[in-house]
Design a protein around this ligand. Structure first.
Ligand code: SF4
Length: 388
C-alpha cells in the first residue's frame, strides 16, 4: 500500500531476515550547478538553500534511523544526486563527522562519491581521501565537446583526464568513468572514440548507459515532437561495440551497463541488485528494510522542514509481499552476470523460461538462470516477458 502523506515509523521497525546489523547507505545530495535536459533525478540548483542546514537535516535523519535500526554496521556508503562533488570540503567534513557519530563506518568496504568533472580541484580530491572516500564515479558521459554541449554538460574532455589524475595523486585508485551512448548527434565513430579515450585513462571501472528519454524532461519533449529519435538498431550497435571493446581489454561485463577489471565491480550496486537492505537519506531517497519500503519527500525545503519538525520526511510507505520482492529480484538480478537464483523464479511460468533457453537468450547455470548472447541486450523486454 502506498500512502500519500507522511506517517511516523512504526514503534517497532521490522527486523532483517539475514544479518540484522548489516546495512547499505545512500545519501541524496540534490544540488547541481546546471540542469542537464535529459536528467530525471530529483535535483535543482542550490538557489537560496542554506547548505549547512541541509547537511544538519541529513545528519538528524541519520541519527534517528541509526537508533531505530539499532546502530547498524554500514558495509557501503554511496553519495549520489545531484552533484555531491558540489559540497565544499568544509561541508563534507561536517557531513562525515556526523555520519561517523551516527553509524559504525569502520567496516565500510566502499565509500563512493559521484563527481562532476566540472566541479573538481586538488583540494576536493585530497579531502575525499582524507574522509575515507575510496571510490569516485565520474560523470564523464562523452569525450566530444559537441556531444557534451548537446547534453548540457559544463565540463570539457580535458576535465575528465584532469579529475582522474587528481584522484590518483590523492591516493584514490578506484575510479569509475561513467559514459552514455545513443546521444542525439552521436555517431558510432564518436562512441568508439569515447570508449578509446576512456580506456586510455585505464580506469578500474566503466559504466556505459544507453540514454533513455524520461518523461518530464526537455529531451522527452524533443522526442515527442520529432526533433530527437530513439533508434533501436543504433542502440544495439553501440551496446555491442562497448561490450566487445571493453571485454577485449579485460573488463568483465558484470551488469547490463557496467564493466570492471580486477574484481572492482560496485559493491554498493551489487548489494541493491541482490536485494540487500538499504537506507536512503535526503530528499527523494528510497529505503528498503526487509519488506518495508519508504520514499522521502522529493522537495528539499519540505525535507528540511519535516526533519526539523517531526524527525522524518517519509512521503510514501509500502509493504512488499514476497512475490513482489521476487519479481523485483528477477528484474534486477537478470541484469547481472550471476543471474537470478532459481528459488526466486517460482512466480514465472516454466515454459517462458524454456523458450528463452531454447532461443539461446538465457542459460541455466548451477542454481540460477542468466542471460547470454543477445539476451543481455534485450534484458528489459525479457524481464517483461517473464513477469508480465
Ligand atoms: S549533473 Fe547529473 S544530476 Fe545534475 S542535472 Fe546533470 S545529470 Fe542530472
Amino acid at each position: 500500500m502506498i500512502r500519500g502523506q507522511p506517517v511516523p515509523l512504526s514503534p517497532s521497525p521490522p527486523r532483517f531476515t539475514s544479518d540484522p546489523n548489516i546495512l547499505h547507505l545512500y545519501l541524496h545530495i540534490p544540488f547541481c550547478h546546471r540542469i542537464c535536459p535529459y536528467c530525471s533525478f530529483y535535483k535543482h540548483t542550490p538557489g537560496e538553500t542554506d547548505l549547512a542546514r541541509f547537511i544538519d537535516a541529513l545528519l538528524s535523519e541519520a541519527r534517528r534511523r541509526s537508533s531505530e535500526l539499532q546502530s547498524p554496521i554500514l558495509k557501503t556508503v554511496y553519495l549520489g544526486g545531484g552533484t555531491p562533488s558540489m559540497l565544499s570540503p568544509t561541508l563534507l567534513r561536517r557531513l562525515f563527522t556526523g555520519l561517523q557519530e551516527a553509524f559504525d563506518l569502520s567496516d565500510a568496504e566502499e565509500i563512493n562519491l559521484e563527481a562532476n568533472p566540472a566541479t573538481f580541484s586538488r583540494n576536493s580530491a585530497e579531502t575525499y581521501a582524507e574522509l575515507g572516500i575510496n571510490r569516485v564515479s565520474l560523470g564523464a558521459q562523452s569525450f566530444h565537446p559537441e556531444i557534451l554541449a548537446t547534453l548540457g554538460r559544463q565540463h570539457q574532455p580535458a576535465d575528465i583526464a584532469n579529475s582522474v589524475r587528481l584522484l590518483r595523486e590523492a591516493g584514490i585508485e578506484n575510479v569509475s568513468i561513467d559514459l552514455m551512448f545513443s546521444i542525439p548527434g552521436q555517431t558510432i565513430e564518436h562512441w568508439g572514440d569515447t570508449l578509446a579515450q576512456a580506456l586510455a585513462l585505464d580506469p578500474l571501472h566503466l559504466s556505459a548507459y544507453n540514454l533513455t528519454y524520461e518523461e518530464d524532461t526537455p529531451y522527452f519533449e524533443s522526442l515527442e515532437c520529432g526533433d530527437y529519435h530513439d533508434d533501436p538498431d543504433l542502440n544495439e550497435e553501440m551496446f555491442t561495440l562497448a561490450h566487445h571493446t571493453l571485454t577485449e581489454r579485460g573488463y568483465s561485463h558484470y551488469e547490463t551497463s557496467n564493466y570492471a577489471r580486477g574484481g572492482h565491480s560496485s559493491k554498493h550496486n551489487r548489494a541493491y541488485w541482490k536485494g540487500a537492505d538499504y537506507l536512503g537519506l535526503g530528499p527523494s531517497a528510497v529505503s528498503t528494510i526487509r519488506t518495508r519500503r519508504w520514499k522521502n519527500v522529493p522537495d528539499t525545503t519540505r525535507y528540511m522542514h519535516q526533519i526539523e519538525q517531526v524527525g522524518h520526511a517519509e512521503s510514501e510507505i509500502e509493504n512488499l509481499s514476497t512475490s513482489q520482492l521476487d519479481l523485483e529480484r528477477i528484474a534486477l538480478m537478470l541484469r547481472t552476470d550471476q543471474g537470478v537464483p532459481t528459488r526466486h523464479l517460482s512466480e514465472v511460468a516454466p515454459e517462458r523460461i524454456e523458450q528463452l533457453v531454447a532461443e539461446g537468450l538465457a542459460e541455466r547455470a548451477r542454481e540460477s538462470l542468466r542471460l547470454v548472447g543477445r539476451g543481455a541486450l534485450l534484458v528489459d523486454s525479457i524481464v517483461e516477458h517473464l513477469i508480465s
